[in-house]
Design a protein around this ligand. Sequence first.
Ligand code: BTN
Length: 243
Amino acid sequence: MKIFSLEQVDSTNTLALELAANGSGHGTVIWAKNQTGGRGQQGRIFASPLGGLYFSLLLQPDLAATELPLVTLAAGVGCCLFIERYCDLEVNLKWPNDLYCRQYKLGGILTETTPVSPNRTVMAVVGVGVNINTSPEDFPGEIRALATSVYAETGKRHSLKNCLSSMVEEIMQQVRVLEQDRDKLLARWNEHDYCKGKTIRWNTGRRCITGIGRGLMDDGRYSLEDQSGKMHAILAGHLQPVP
Ligand code: BTN
């Protein structure tokens, strides 16, 4: 594991994509104490105040191109297992890769890919942001009521450096599980499914469908049963539990 640590950067994912294009390899980690332009899924901004853990991990997994979307699921499992063991806090996953503690967002994962030379194989950049020592007042007003942190939940602060190396190890371990036994990895993800059995709204960007979360499918898509009993296989978009 080779770790580049920075006080501040716009986005560790953006920097990691540049490093991957310039030859940095599997296991390289970019860690920043805070980000001025943290990026979330679907082009959203990811607020990254001091106290959170923000890093990007370069991975070149031994997987077919069609299986690459599963890397993000493996990373989510790795983050959950780490936080549960190390911080003694129960965490769930909202498909595809939001970390939830109770009904509050604890973190998120943004995986991006880029082809790399010499044979244009694909490198995955797994970007992880977890609210570890952050306090609610550190977040901008509009997300303050929706977010939580390990510190807010447990009253304990943790060394970000220790969290970083152990979380990276756990993510790499779960990616190895995915490479060797996809069903095992998917079963671990299912054990942490936040939406299963809940009423959820799926926003495709063009329309909203409300139904019951029915869990992960074998290919990593998420299944939703709508009010007429029709099943939908979700590949993209945003899931929102309905209170
Ligand atoms: C989301 O919740 O939508 C995903 C958030 C991913 C945030 C992490 S923080 C480290 C890395 N750098 C970024 O710009 N984004 C990811």
